[in-house]
Design a protein around this ligand. Structure first.
Ligand code: MN
Length: 164
């Protein structure tokens, strides 16, 4: 009995320590769909219908943005570069990634695309299929993207239809 009492006292002590440890820092936060309204991609940076859902804004310890971008069929970004690069995680549909050498590559859910710093490129849906990706984009000198000209109809090519 005496042994059991000591055990119980120890358990209470440990629980108190754990409680104080938890209370020492801020707790986790949970956000929910609808907390941050969706935004429409602007026509000065996107062609077609694009929806933008923010996952995380940057802060001092996490100097990058995370967002989910959904492109309707035919929709794509303008040409652009990322000063610190960008990682794209393809979530749904079928997408296209294009570079100035004329190469257009198809990407699918599960694919992860790394766009290195300074590489001019565009990304978007195929002409017939929507695509969503998560974009993780770090900052350099306060910027995470430099926008350029629109991707023309001639440049926006589905690879299988491209003439070699
Ligand atoms: Mn990009």
């Amino acid at each position: 009995m005496k042994h059991a009492t000591k055990l119980a006292a120890a358990a209470v002590g440990i629980a108190a320590l754990m409680g104080s440890a938890v209370a020492a820092g801020p707790g986790h936060t949970v956000t929910h769909p609808g907390d941050t309204p969706s935004r429409t991609g602007g026509h000065e940076t996107f062609t077609g219908a694009v929806r933008h859902d923010s996952i995380a804004r940057r802060d001092d310890l996490n100097p990058f943005t995370v967002s989910v971008v959904t492109f309707e069929p035919g929709a794509r970004t303008f040409w652009h570069t990322h000063p610190a690069g960008q990682r794209l995680v393809i979530l749904t549909g079928e997408g296209l990634i294009g570079t100035p050498d004329g190469k257009v590559e198809r990407v699918h859910p599960g694919d992860i695309v790394w766009c290195p710093p300074g590489l001019k490129h565009w990304h978007g849906a195929t002409p017939t299929t929507a695509m969503s990706h998560m974009a993780i984009t770090a900052f350099k000198d306060g910027k995470n993207v430099t926008w350029m000209e629109e991707v023309s109809a001639e440049q926006y090519v589905y690879p299988e239809t491209k003439k070699e």
